[in-house]
Write a protein that binds this ligand. Sequence first.
Ligand code: CTP
Length: 409
Amino acid sequence: MLRNKKILLGVTGGIAAYKIPQLIRDFKKSGADVKVVMTEAAAEFVTPLTISTLSQNEVVVGGFPKFSGTVLKAETWHINLALWADVMLIAPATANTIAKLVHGYADNAVTTLALAMRGPIIISPSMDVDMLNHRLTQSNISFLEQLGYKILQPEKGELASGLTGAGRLPDLRKILFAVEELLQSGKKDLTGRKILVTAGPTYEPIDPVRFIGNRSSGKMGFAIATAAAQRGANVILITGKTNLVTPKNVQRINIVTAEEMFNAVTKHAGNSKVIIMAAAVADYTPAKVSKQKIKKSDNTKEHLNIQLKPTIDILKKIGEKKGNKILVGFAVETENEIRNAKIKVQQKNLDFIVLNNPLKEDAGFDVDTNIATIVTKSNKIVKLKKMSKFQLANQILDRIAGSFNSFKK
Ligand code: CTP
């Protein structure tokens, strides 16, 4: 499967680096060409001589490419390598390198190549259990996943420190399969499909300084947009306020209020074959927005009453003219979840709805995982296990891609 594939391997300074020579042999046996860049710390664990002997290629160590003692003539060695590679694998990826990747550092050959790569990048974090479980490392890993890097989850077991827990480099066969899978799949099953995704909260102004909002972080919608673009779709992402980075190859439209979201969705819905409403749209908005800041002294009574009026249910409106579009909604429910989700699927004329309960741990707002149930228009109920929002995004897109295929048949 890997015959003639060009693998760029980035090795960083973790103890699991001692396994990399064997991985290189396995890649070579599968017919791949392997070039290696490594950090100076990695070279403390495994020698460049071993690596270059097994890869049958020269190795770049640290920041500057010194092959056989001479500095390479081409200044763009990093670009040449990045253009050469079909895929880059960083294994083991230390907490330090992962943190650098999050911030776009280019201070050694591994981080530089990760920035210069056009093709996909797989990261295999490997470190001690406590470093891995640290909230910073976890948040860095999920940030990279959101950006579209493929993350190979470390395995649990005995660690070099003597501790037991997650952090081990996965079995080498698993790494090989993951590279194979990514190269094969580079799943482009949504190529040319126009997909509209909404994300994040809406903010409804009360006066020039205050608003009514909700706790949506936008992570789910951004994960869908990232995954859809990776699979070849033309993605428009209409989003409320978030701090998230625009995914690669995605057209982003920023909105603030439910009304702005309605207008933006209406404008782009006509051209979209698929609409996925992951945004948490406000159901009510202040009936009157005060032009001036509301002062405490303006209120003679004990309570300040703000009159609210309903917003337009965007998804319902789109559902009324569904045609042959695929419509997907999200439902947040804290009780009678399935029953309420079934009602929403029918009322909004959806193909399916993704239901979650924010009261469950590891689900809902601002976390990187979700525990969702899919309810379809034919009342099929699919309970999904806990997974990252990115994995859930791909599950949702699998269903959509599947229905394209069944239409073809
Ligand atoms: N939605 C929408 N426009 C609104 C409100 C919601 O398009 N004004 C969409 C959401 O993006 C989501 C789906 O409808 O995909 C369900 O949202 P949810 O808040 O769970 O349900 P509501 O229809 O608002 O009903 P309720 O708040 O009573 O549960």
